[in-house]
Design a protein around this ligand. Structure first.
Ligand SMILES: Cc1cc2nc3c(=O)[nH]c(=O)nc-3n(C[C@H](O)[C@H](O)[C@H](O)COP(=O)(O)O)c2cc1C
Length: 328
């Protein structure tokens, strides 16, 4: 049964639920939304180029910025040069992150040439990178991997054993291959096999859409914690709902007022933070989030035709002004 706590060495995460890193989504503003709603044990930055942050102070500040109230927080790095990865990890440690995570999953062409899921095809290089980072940082070190490059190269258990031997302290598994991208289903059997092959904690990830799925994943795979990606963008209450569900067997649905407050508050914070591409993020988030909103299609249409962040916000305000009680 789900025990509610994930221990990664001396880091105690309660509850045992994690926000998956999502490039373009899990920036500091979004992460604080998730923190504010409660129920999430660990949040993580978007994947961050080790080369980029070690070369440019401006990039470090931009990609590795976090707010004190985001703790506990992990920074995720990608790269394939052992020395550069070690320097970037040292930087992450100096910045006060609680954990450093290495990305072994990104399927993007640009990334696989220099890390991400590309390292799953070169386990010798992977070993060198992991050893270099392990020798450099004292904070907990984890990896997040896909199951392999393609169906005939499922290397998850091999990588897990290799990582454990090097001193990696937990492993998140998104059991799709690189070739699969985001299509088809995550094969949870791979999570179960990884769990059986190592003694360190295993974090299951992939296709959890509701608390019931999380419970099923824990039951079917024996994983020690669950990690949620896309569902957090369509339903940021998922972490709180899981906490309620594991404790009592039921959970609350957000009201229209909750939805209005979340959307409007998130968009206001995005504008205030002056992040690059605020309007792009608002449109993307509105698209995901409004699938749970009554007449969401209409709001999506309005948001997409807006030209400034302020206009998007106004459309949200107008849309919800009709919803009884939403603005109280
Ligand atoms: C828009 C988007 C961006 C992502 N960016 C990252 C990333 O930066 N690092 C990473 O390890 N995985 C990334 N992923 C993969 C997710 O972390 C997660 O493994 C995957 O979405 C499966 O989990 P889910 O079914 O809960 O979404 C991304 C996924 C999406 C949809």
């Amino acid at each position: 049964m789900f025990h509610g706590e994930l221990k990664i060495r001396d880091l105690s995460l309660r509850p045992a639920t994690l926000l998956a890193p999502m490039a373009g989504v899990t920036d500091t503003v979004f992460r604080r939304v998730i923190r504010g709603l409660g129920g999430c044990g660990l949040i993580m930055t978007e994947f961050t180029s080790a080369e980029g942050v070690t070369r440019s102070a401006a990039k470090t500040l931009r990609y590795l910025y976090y707010d004190e109230d985001e703790h506990p927080i992990a920074a995720q790095l990608f790269g394939a040069n052992a020395e550069v990865m070690a320097s970037a990890a040292a930087l992450v440690e100096d910045l006060g992150f609680d954990q450093v995570d290495i990305n072994l999953g990104c399927p993007a062409k640009k990334v696989v040439k220099c890390g991400g899921s590309g390292l799953l095809r070169d386990l010798k290089l992977l070993e060198t990178v992991l050893r270099a980072v392990r020798a450099t940082v004292k904070i907990p070190l984890t990896i997040k991997m896909r199951s392999g490059w393609d169906d005939s190269n499922i290397v998850a258990t091999e990588v897990a054993r290799l990582a454990e031997g090097i001193g990696i302290e937990a492993i998140a598994v998104h059991p799709r291959t690189r070739v699969q991208g985001y299509s088809g289903h995550a094969d949870w059997n791979v999570i179960a096999r990884v769990k059986q092959s190592v003694a360190i904690p295993v974090i299951g990830n992939g296709d959890i859409r509701a608390p019931e799925d999380a419970q099923r994943m824990v039951k079917e795979t024996g994983c020690d914690a669950v990690m949620i990606g896309r569902t957090a963008a369509t339903n940021p209450w998922i972490f709180r709902q899981m906490e309620q569900y594991f404790a009592s067997g039921s959970y609350d649905e957000p009201s229209e007022a909750d939805r209005y407050q979340l959307l409007s508050g998130y968009f206001r914070s995005l504008i205030a933070a002056e992040l690059p591409d605020a309007i792009g993020k608002m449109k993307q988030f509105a698209c995901w989030f409004t699938h749970g909103v009554r007449n969401g299609g209409e709001l999506r249409h309005q948001v997409h035709s807006s030209r400034t962040p302020e206009e998007v916000l106004q459309r949200v305000e107008d849309f919800f002004s009709d919803v009884a009680g939403a603005r109280n």
